[in-house]
Ligand binder design. Sequence first.
Ligand code: APR
Length: 250
Amino acid sequence: MTGFAPELLETLRRAERILISTGAGCSAESGLPTFRDPQQGLWAKYRPQDLATPDAFARDPETVWRWYQWRRRVHADVAPNAAHRAIAAMQAQLSGATLVTQNVDRLHELAGSRAVIHLHGSVFRNKCAACGVPMPEVPHDLESPPRCDSCGGLCRPDVVWFGEGLPQEEWRAAAEAAEAADVVLSVGTSSTVYPAAELPVIAKRAGALIVQINPAPTPLDRVAHNLRGPAGEILPKLLAAVWPSGVLLQ
Ligand code: APR
């Protein structure tokens, strides 16, 4: 007995194309705070409108820069957890597994995942706030944002802030993968931020099975097969149940 519904395991075993969509909850067991946890979440402690919008950066670039420098130091100090490793193993097992993440950390890559589609950018990348040209990573204790060599504009983290559009190529690839998916694994996201939260809806409309891994309810509950619990516990067990002899979990 695996504790998982036999029809779920069968559907996953038969699936050729699986879309894995992850959010901050996937990195929670690595020690990174999520955003909307009522006590520990970043947005419980900080106001997104003061730190994660183009207006906030225009108003007070130093404060925004220093907050992201702090986040980079925190991110640089953590390691992938069992959920990241299970996802990398699933990609190794199934060539039709596409990984899309809202996370700006690099834990999927550190766990060995390939071709990670980052919808909200990366906290370790920089670009010019004025002309958009990519800028090099700088030491994470630099107090003020450097200036762009091309136009003299200020350097900002290459992440997607509220009110900004997603990178087009990444969104197109994610939406295509949702359209083509047999199964969507939605892991550790509150499914409240759009357009990323649209992906399981696109897939469901195209006939996919939606599986949600989250210790708490989200708006996706209505259309998903819900697996309640931490991703780092559930994902390795699910993989071992689907592919008892296949997956090598490092
Ligand atoms: N395993 C699985 N899920 C978990 C775990 C865990 N160990 N711990 C927490 N969760 C769940 C929470 O219950 C919650 O539903 O992860 C979800 C995290 O939700 P959010 O904090 O809203 O994070 P996310 O959905 O990734 O946010 C989306 O919002 O703030 C912006 O750009 C930011 O990418 C982010 C976007």
